[in-house]
Design a protein around this ligand. Sequence first.
Ligand code: SF4
Length: 360
Amino acid sequence: MNFSSRLLQWYNENKRDLPWRNSSNPYNIWLSEIILQQTRIAQGIEYYYRFLEKHPDIYSLAAASEDEILLLWQGLGYYSRARNMHAAAKIIVMYNDGVFPNDYHELIKLPGVGPYTAAAISSIAFNIPEAAVDGNVIRVLARFFGIEDPVDDTKTIKQIRAIASELIDQRNPGMFNQALMDLGAMVCKPGKPSCEICPLANDCFARKNRLERRIPVKRPKSKQKDRFFHFFVLLVKKKDVKVFPVEKRKHNDIWKNLYQLPLVETSGMELTNEQLENINLFKGFDYTHYFKPTNTPIYRFTHLLTHQRIHAFFRIITLPDDFCHNFESEAEWVTFDEFLQRGKPVLISRFMEKAKDLLE
Ligand code: SF4
């Protein structure tokens, strides 16, 4: 039996039961692929159902507001995926009458759809023989063929993609791609692979040469950047209701278009009077009258992103109840419950949970 037959036989007997595998609807397959780009399967399934329930088809997704999409996406991270997915839905509805392109080269033009996602959709939904090469597939093929160049180099990825294109089963390309992904996820795992149950073990270079732990080779990791975020709740009590200002992140940075509390970013832990003046929601307002920067934050968290380590400090400043009227600002004043309905970084959700009693 050749590579493909052994793989497909193994897949038929062992495949994972995943909800999007019961569908050939390109919308469902696209949704699952975008969600799973940087997400574990268990968590992805929950979000897949959440999106399908709220937006069962592309028309519904395209008609939603970006704020609503970001709120549904909250907790998954890499929010550009959500923004791109929404933009792609609008394009398909506006320029293609809501019909998914059934061609790899058209699919790859959509925002958020790279070579892997375009190949996965083409092969699974339209039976087109395009090899979908993700981290799992790279690992299996690097080990099987003994590729010892760093797998995070573009050249190596290209080489592996060419090998996958040669191997792909022309009659069952979608099944072949999913089988290779499942083998990587379930058998040829990172760390210690389970070679003893692998259908490819007899011809595997890494297995034969005891290199399973050494391959795939990766370049040394670049150092994570430390960032220091000082968040403020500027709390005003109007009658019996507590409100505070929030703003939308507009710059091309992490968390674009999500809501946050007023923020000062500093180069270290310390916060000075001058830096405090940079809370740009209320320029010219003397915060130091109510608050000293040296006041200890009530909460602090460290939050890890792929290339950044965010050190977040949260402080609450209680302001006079006529404050909202005295300063012209773009600030949007919200209650605790209203803020819960906005899409925001997980880091801020964690703070909201902790500070619930102080802010409600
Ligand atoms: S034999 Fe082992 S290293 Fe080779 S493909 Fe199978 S699980 Fe991976």
